[in-house]
Design a protein around this ligand. Structure first.
Ligand SMILES: NC(=O)c1ccc[n+]([C@@H]2O[C@H](COP(=O)([O-])OP(=O)(O)OC[C@H]3O[C@@H](n4cnc5c(N)ncnc54)[C@H](O)[C@@H]3O)[C@@H](O)[C@H]2O)c1
Length: 255
């Protein structure tokens, strides 16, 4: 489905990362990929994982998205290697641990700004310098969560960040539509990852969630990977500015 297409996935930490499930789905569909990771200590394991599980070996880049120079360097290297880009996956979020366990009212100025910079501004920060590589159009996909629409215990400042992220998706979609670049968000249900475990009470929440969904189950990484594949493919060419729930139907329920 993605033969001849090229893309970059930002935010792979390990084999549990939603970005990793997306990487696998895109790679299996024939895309040539680059993946980025935040921390040098992820590097060896990720390269091993890529060798073992991906049909097409990816380019790999260390990239902290707070560093604009680094982002530009990644795209310079991609221009040399790929010559262009068809899609970007943004699977990055962060808030300080203390802001994901106390009360929202206690969020500090620095904690608020950190969550907004890493989880929201980073989308624009990685899309803008990519535009010269996307002259034939393309697809951008980010990851949100229901906590941006409703109050979810302990999600706090990250909920505010996800609301801003979903709004960024709409503004970017309106800005970039004339270039035939589509911008959408996936909103998965809870899934056990490094970041998710940083939210107080997360494990208990998984059990609660399973009992409340129409499909009577938690989501699987493949559910997210395959929906991202749909959004990166021409099958979704009429969809932009949208947030698509991948949550076994949880968000439709009244209680
Ligand atoms: N796991 C869930 O339950 C769930 C549900 C809905 C949405 N999401 C969203 O999915 C996305 C991916 O999270 P995940 O659950 O796969 O966890 P994860 O910990 O595997 O991924 C988060 C990624 O963000 C990266 N990151 C954080 N700060 C960064 C920085 N300064 N520079 C570069 N990278 C940085 C981390 O290195 C990591 O790779 C996030 O946006 C998260 O909010 C997760």
């Amino acid at each position: 489905m993605l033969q001849g297409k090229k893309g970059i996935v930002f935010g792979v930490a390990n084999h549990r990362s939603l970005a990793w499930f997306i990487t696998k789905a895109l790679s299996k569909a024939g895309a040539k990929l680059a993946i980025t990771y935040q921390d040098k200590r992820f590097e060896q394991k990720l390269k091993k994982l890529a060798d073992e599980e991906l049909p097409i070996p990816p380019l790999t880049f260390l990239c902290d998205i707070r560093d604009d120079n680094r982002i530009e360097e990644v795209y310079r290297q991609l221009q040399d290697s790929f010559g262009g880009l068809d899609f970007i996956i943004h699977s990055i979020a962060f808030a300080a641990k203390e802001d994901l366990e106390g009360r929202f009212i206690q969020t500090s100025r620095s904690g608020f700004l950190l969550a907004m910079e890493v989880s929201v501004y980073s989308l624009s920060a990685i899309v803008r310098p990519a535009l010269p590589l996307m002259e034939k159009g393309g697809s951008i996909v980010t990851l949100s969560y229901l906590g941006g629409q409703r109050v979810v215990p302990h999600y706090n400042v990250m909920g505010v960040a996800k609301a801003a992220l979903e709004s960024s998706v709409r503004y970017l979609a309106a800005d970039l539509g004339e270039k035939n670049i589509r911008v959408n968000a996936l909103s998965p249900g809870p899934f056990n990852t490094l970041s998710a475990r940083g939210i107080k009470g997360f494990t208990g929440f998984l059990g609660h969630f399973q009992g409340k969904t129409p499909l009577q189950r938690n989501i699987e990484g493949e559910d997210v990977g395959n929906t991202a594949l749909f959004l990166c493919s021409d099958l979704s060419k009429g969809i932009t500015g949208e947030t698509i729930y991948v949550d076994a139907g949880y968000h439709i329920m009244g209680s």
